[in-house]
Design a protein around this ligand. Sequence first.
Ligand SMILES: *[C@@H]1O[C@H](CO)[C@@H](O)[C@H](O)[C@H]1NC(C)=O
Ligand SMILES: *[C@@H]1O[C@H](CO)[C@@H](O)[C@H](O)[C@H]1NC(C)=O
Ligand SMILES: *[C@@H]1O[C@H](CO)[C@@H](O)[C@H](O)[C@H]1NC(C)=O
Ligand SMILES: *[C@@H]1O[C@H](CO)[C@@H](O)[C@H](O)[C@H]1NC(C)=O
Ligand SMILES: *[C@@H]1O[C@H](CO)[C@@H](O)[C@H](O)[C@H]1NC(C)=O
Ligand SMILES: *[C@@H]1O[C@H](CO)[C@@H](O)[C@H](O)[C@H]1NC(C)=O
Ligand SMILES: *[C@@H]1O[C@H](CO)[C@@H](O)[C@H](O)[C@H]1NC(C)=O
Ligand SMILES: *[C@@H]1O[C@H](CO)[C@@H](O)[C@H](O)[C@H]1NC(C)=O
Length: 399
Amino acid sequence: MPLKRPGALLHLLVYATLSYAQGNATFTLPPQSVFIDTRTYAVLGANGTFRQDSNTELFNPTASSPPFFQIFDESFLDIIGNNSFIREIASNDTFAFAFEAPIYNKNTNEVFFASSLEANSSIDLNNRIGKISMTDVENALASNASVINVPVSELDIPDTVQLANGGTGPFKGSLVFVTNGRGARPPSVVLVNPESPNNTTVLLDNFFARQFNSLDDVKVHPSGKFFFTDSTYASIFQTRPAPLIPPQVYRLDPDTRAVRAVATGFDEPNGIAFTADGATAYIGDTGFFEAVVDQTKPATIFAFDVDEKSQVFKNRRIFAYIDAGGPDGLQVDKNGNVYAGCFDGVQIWNNEGVLLGKIFMGTTVVNMVFAGDGRLVMLTGSKVYLAKIAAEEIPPFFP
Ligand SMILES: *[C@@H]1O[C@H](CO)[C@@H](O)[C@H](O)[C@H]1NC(C)=O
Ligand SMILES: *[C@@H]1O[C@H](CO)[C@@H](O)[C@H](O)[C@H]1NC(C)=O
Ligand SMILES: *[C@@H]1O[C@H](CO)[C@@H](O)[C@H](O)[C@H]1NC(C)=O
Ligand SMILES: *[C@@H]1O[C@H](CO)[C@@H](O)[C@H](O)[C@H]1NC(C)=O
Ligand SMILES: *[C@@H]1O[C@H](CO)[C@@H](O)[C@H](O)[C@H]1NC(C)=O
Ligand SMILES: *[C@@H]1O[C@H](CO)[C@@H](O)[C@H](O)[C@H]1NC(C)=O
Ligand SMILES: *[C@@H]1O[C@H](CO)[C@@H](O)[C@H](O)[C@H]1NC(C)=O
Ligand SMILES: *[C@@H]1O[C@H](CO)[C@@H](O)[C@H](O)[C@H]1NC(C)=O
């Protein structure tokens, strides 16, 4: 879903009472980074400055200016490397052009994304799918440009593809999107040709003739099956009628088009990701963010085992609880580290759920994608950022 922190003002929480040093770091800090020694804030005391609101007050004990890397664990250095940096690469002050559904198409070295449903959106106007060229980005970086704003071009997508909100792939040459649908138009799973003429194929738009609520995000499993989440956000945002089916996770076989539920019992199932072997699934639940924002409800990533035979999700367990907003888009890197777009940027855990560090943006990263090894492209709506890091991607299983 397009999670968006309420209110435009950014409140950075500063622990004024703490005298903060670079902790007890015994390593050389990479550029644009700080080390957060947990001992320096473990006790705040009766007069401490406590956060009242996980969504609007962010945890920035060093009071550093974003963007920067917060290092909580030395092994985060293996993820960001020694030459890391974070740069804005595209922006538009008047249009949230890059909100959701990031997909990297290696053949053309382009990143695709969908715009927000809020701006310039009406019952007759779909959100837009755009793209940037990573070759443009690399050229701008090589020229030492002080400001980078590469051109965005838009695809001509038919209105059968209403409100694309999740994306992955490519799968056998096609971009894979899931859509919210709009009004009576059903949510759907859609293939889009990344190259001209951008023809589309709707693979699925119902569950045994019942409409889904608002499909949120999708990943291709190494078995070649598609797995997607269905939240109730479109109903909350009043672009769709009231839910008629629980918020769940489903599997689609792209060949037979058979669909089945694989996990249930969520408030708002949102981002989805798999480990490279397909044995573990991660689902973000953003139940805290509904018509009423309630920080006592889930802002939680759950881990599951994927049953080898049936592929249902079993052994549900908590993987991480988010300290800033909740988990929106999810990705896993080659070493099994898990990345989530949160209200303060991208938070990164190892496969045991230990928070290693954050790419602290001071604002919501809705979703992100590896544009090949070492390039993490992050979407905030009206801006796209690149984090050059050391981590490597899990390449698409069926490009
Ligand atoms: C860690 O640093 C704090 C102050 O920043 C210091 O008081 C403490 O002795 C250090 N601990 C270790 C184990 O070096
Ligand atoms: C907390 O603040 C009160 C009122 O200003 C003060 O009397 C007290 O000493 C403070 N306590 C600590 C532990 O600093
Ligand atoms: C960073 O530099 C150190 C010291 O040269 C080296 O040991 C380490 O492998 C480097 N890390 C990465 C991720 O390249
Ligand atoms: C922002 O997006 C709008 C809508 O596509 C476009 O008309 C405008 O030129 C863009 N502005 C910039 C600075 O790219
Ligand atoms: C989007 O909507 C805003 C507010 O109605 C308007 O100012 C702006 O010109 C619109 N942009 C486009 C590209 O239609
Ligand atoms: C960019 O900066 C680097 C390092 O300062 C320098 O080696 C390179 O020549 C510069 N490139 C251009 C195109 O100015
Ligand atoms: C199809 O998409 C490409 C970019 O991927 C774009 O350049 C082209 O104009 C689009 N063609 C049509 C017919 O929309
Ligand atoms: C686009 O059209 C081509 C040629 O008919 C077809 O092979 C391809 O499967 C289509 N792709 C999609 C995503 O509809």
